[in-house]
Design a protein around this ligand. Structure first.
Ligand code: NAD
Ligand code: TYD
Length: 352
């Protein structure tokens, strides 16, 4: 079996669903259920014996060690993190606590577990650390895309905390021989995306007739990766990746923010026209820029394509349409998340 951390968040829950759709290997899901964790994402697994959920912190060494000893996983796939750049600007403390200290404690628990494995189990074991392209910093318009050997130059408290965690993971391989794999992916989008990030926020605001807040001049560029393509990349790295290596995963879909929002509006105009015949793009509003806003991210994915044979199956246009369709069909999920009803449920269930 495998342990997944952060498996109630956006990418983690997609990964758990995708994993169990592809194989029967059980998953133990460890998640703290912060504001970003939502068990509703995993509702379809409610009576599925292959999935076990435990609420807890990756930094709780006692809990993590007991899970490792009890379940004896052949892999830990770690998504758990604070993930939103804007929140890291307002309050970096949680990012340091989870992304750096939490990852350190997780590594320590894994190190103790690993030391007790048999030689054969050791050979089989993997710790896969999910990270971001933001650790590489920002690019000019004509700079080549980030490669795995691009120097780290993180600019936000979020990306700095992820960079620190990547370095710790690397060090635990070099120093203690832990068989690690690291993936650095670009901006994900798709089902269960929390509506604080660009794409789900814009869909949510558009449907509510609220302004669509584009930061600065809207010319910042991101590479967009459909979340299910990311999941297939992680599965492939876990299966075939070379221990100690890092792999960039991206959608080869660079877009300026304003183009993303315009395409979203056009897709919504098509799938759910506004009353009165106006376009959703009328709601676009330019607002103050994010402090220290990285101008451009782009990911060179030739390593994972060449070595592991992975490539994304969605273009940005097909992935975005699927995403809009999912949000239109799952307005109950959005309502629950934005109303805080699921937070109430977590409190009722877990008591704090
Ligand atoms: P998310 O914020 O949606 O989910 C994070 C999950 O981790 C939540 O379920 C939360 O409850 C859980 N969590 C937070 N702190 C925890 C702790 N201390 N112990 C246990 N669980 C904890 O994030 P996401 O978008 O799904 O991102 C997952 C991973 O992918 C993160 O490591 C992030 O840095 C990385 N990443 C995300 C993107 C993206 O576009 N979303 C891009 C690149 C990399
Ligand atoms: P975001 O989804 O927060 O991801 P990241 O900052 O990790 O790339 O933002 C994507 C881009 O969209 C980023 O350049 C900031 C911009 N943005 C807006 O213009 N308006 C918004 O309301 C948000 C949330 C983001």
């Amino acid at each position: 079996m495998i342990i997944v951390t952060g498996g109630a968040g956006f990418i983690g829950s997609n990964f758990v669903l995708d994993w169990l759709a592809h194989c029967d290997e059980p998953v133990v899901n460890l998640d703290k259920l912060t504001y970003a964790g939502n068990l509703q994402n995993l509702e379809s697994l409610k009576s599925d014996q292959r999935h076990t959920f435990t609420r807890g912190d990756i930094g709780d060494s006692e809990l993590v060690s007991s899970l490792l000893r009890q379940h004896r996983p052949r892999a830990v796939v770690s998504f758990a993190a604070e993930s939103h750049v804007d929140r890291s600007i307002h309050g970096p403390g949680e990012f340091i606590a989870t992304n750096i200290v939490g990852t350190f404690r997780l590594l320590e628990s894994v190190r103790a577990y690993f030391s007790e494995l048999s030689t054969a189990e050791k050979q089989n074991f993997r710790l896969l650390h999910v990270s971001t392209d933001e650790v590489y910093g920002t690019l000019g318009p004509n700079d080549p895309a980030f490669r795995e050997d691009t120097a780290y130059a993180p600019n936000s408290p979020y990306s700095a905390s992820k960079a620190a965690s990547d370095h710790l993971v690397r060090a635990y391989h070099h120093t203690y021989g832990i068989p690690v794999l690291t993936t650095n992916c670009s901006n994900n989008y798709g089902p269960y995306h929390f509506p604080e990030k660009l794409i789900p926020l814009m869909i949510h605001n558009a449907l509510a007739g609220k302004p669509l807040p584009v930061y600065g001049d809207g010319q910042q560029v991101r590479d967009w990766l459909y979340v299910r393509d990311h999941c297939s990349g992680i599965r492939m790295v876990l299966e075939k990746g070379q221990v100690g290596e890092t792999y960039n995963i991206g959608g080869s879909s660079e877009r300026a923010n304003i183009d993303v929002v315009n395409l979203l509006c056009a897709t919504l105009d098509d799938l759910k026209p506004r009353a009165g015949g106006k376009s959703y793009s009328d709601l676009i509003t330019f607002v103050a820029d994010r402090p220290g806003h990285d101008r451009r991210y782009a990911v060179d994915t030739s390593k994972i394509q060449r070595e592991l044979g992975w490539r994304p199956s969605e273009t940005f246009e097909t992935g975005l349409r699927k995403t809009v369709e999912w949000f239109l069909a799952n307005q109950g999920w959005v309502k629950n998340v934005t109303s805080g009803a699921y937070r109430d449920w977590v409190k009722a269930q877990y008591g704090n």
